[in-house]
Design a protein around this ligand. Structure first.
Ligand code: BGC
Length: 394
């Protein structure tokens, strides 16, 4: 079968190659790939900066953001032919560590986890793949090919899960959220914020183009870099650019119990002046938290696929909505209906951005390595890198 592969570590090695059919030991569910998302992590792999092939093999099949359709499934797997599905990226380590043993492979502590399409395990950018049902999630068919955005949505679903777990260490009633970066991850983070009923601000550098309008259509408020305004008092910040200096310096205001989650990955080696005493005072005296978040476990895939039904029991089901947001979590008078798809209200979306910003006016934002992808494409029969007849495409 054809697959998009690279020789990890070797720039320019990406190619459409013939690879063996997926082995039976990969799992009892056979899936035909419908679409693949390409993110910053893929670009790093293609550039030879990241990724590793399965042990004993030269080439790695890439593709960790995927959408597929079940071709055949053994009885008892819970899947049937025709199901629209997304494969989970990470696999627990072989030891397993306490986190992986509990299914929290996104929190693996020994680093021996594997990731499909990224680390030691073939990805989904092949005509077909096999998988164990534990690592497969059903997608609402109404989402159509937007279902390929489930994986990036799981990354922010996990971020939200952990923000709320941390928040509930004490009585907590956040009202406002600031998302930095209006790229795909930032917009998805903002979407989940609006769904939770928070007054949501999205910060980015651009003044034109689709981003400001898309932020508005999500029910959030677009904020231009250098002008935080009310957004600077946010109770929760989700950083989606990889540029954390801005938050350490400008964002470290006296906001009590602020929770800041970093999801962007920056290149090592950048320099910034940060006043550690000020940072310490703000953190300690305000009970504030800054933490990082990567990857997602099965629970987060379920949260992203069914956000209305998979909130943990310890969170309040409906946070007090700010006045401008309806109790349904949508802006008053503004629907989020897409002209192309009918999807559950929780996942309704319009066209997502194909580009991401990395630089801002008065605040320079270093190019992020992951999550804010310079390109995000659908792999289809017309894909430039590799073509094959994709039958049954929705
Ligand atoms: C993926 C994550 C993965 C991370 C590091 C991201 O692009 O979305 O699932 O854990 O890269 O490999």
């Amino acid at each position: 079968m054809r697959a998009i592969t690279v020789v990890p570590g070797k720039q320019g090695s990406v190619a459409c190659t013939d690879m063996p059919e997926p082995p039976a030991e990969d799992g009892p569910v056979l899936v035909q790939t419908q679409a693949i998302g390409v993110c910053g992590t893929d670009l790093e792999i293609i550039n030879g900066e990241y990724g590793s092939a399965p042990p004993g093999q030269d080439r790695l099949i890439i593709g960790h953001e995927s959408l597929g359709r079940v071709v055949e499934a053994a009885p008892g797997t819970g899947f049937t032919a025709g199901d629209l599905v997304v494969g989970i990226v990470r696999r627990r380590d072989p030891v397993p560590c306490p986190a992986c043993a509990a299914g929290h492979w996104d929190m693996c502590v020994n680093g021996r986890y594997t990731e499909r399409g990224i680390k030691d395990r073939h990805g989904y950018a092949s005509e077909r793949y096999r998988i164990h049902p534990e690592y497969l999630v059903t997608v609402d068919p109404g989402l159509g090919k937007l279902g390929v955005l489930l994986e990036p949505a799981t990354v922010v679903a996990k971020a939200w899960d952990h923000i709320e777990r941390i928040g509930h260490r004490a009585a907590w009633a956040p009202q406002t959220v600031l998302v930095t970066g209006a790229g795909p991850i930032g917009l998805l983070a903002a979407l989940l914020s609006v769904q939770r009923g928070y007054q949501t601000y999205v910060l980015d550098r651009v003044t034109e183009g689709r981003k400001p309008a898309m932020v508005q259509r999500l029910g959030a408020t677009y904020v231009q870099s250098g002008d935080f305004g009310e957004a600077g008092k946010a109770d929760i910040i989700i950083e989606c650019t990889g540029y954390v200096q801005m938050l350490l310096e400008v964002g470290a205001q006296h906001v009590r119990y602020r929770i800041t989650c970093l999801t962007g990955v920056s290149a090592a080696g950048s320099e910034a002046t940060v006043d550690p005493g000020r940072l310490n005072r703000n953190m300690v005296l305000q009970n504030s938290v800054i933490f990082g978040s990567v990857n997602a476990n099965r629970h987060h895939y379920e949260m992203a696929a069914n956000p209305a039904t998979s909130r943990p029991s310890w969170t309040s089901p409906t946070p007090s909505p700010p006045s401008t947001i309806s109790s349904a979590g949508e802006p008053n008078g503004q629907g989020l209906e897409s002209p192309e798809v009918t999807a559950p209200s929780s996942t309704r979306a319009t066209t997502w951005p194909l580009t991401s910003s990395v630089r801002s006016g008065s605040i320079s934002m270093a190019p992020m390595k992951k999550h804010t992808a310079p390109i995000r494409v659908w792999l289809s029969a017309r894909a430039a890198l590799c073509t094959w007849p994709v039958t049954g495409l929705m």
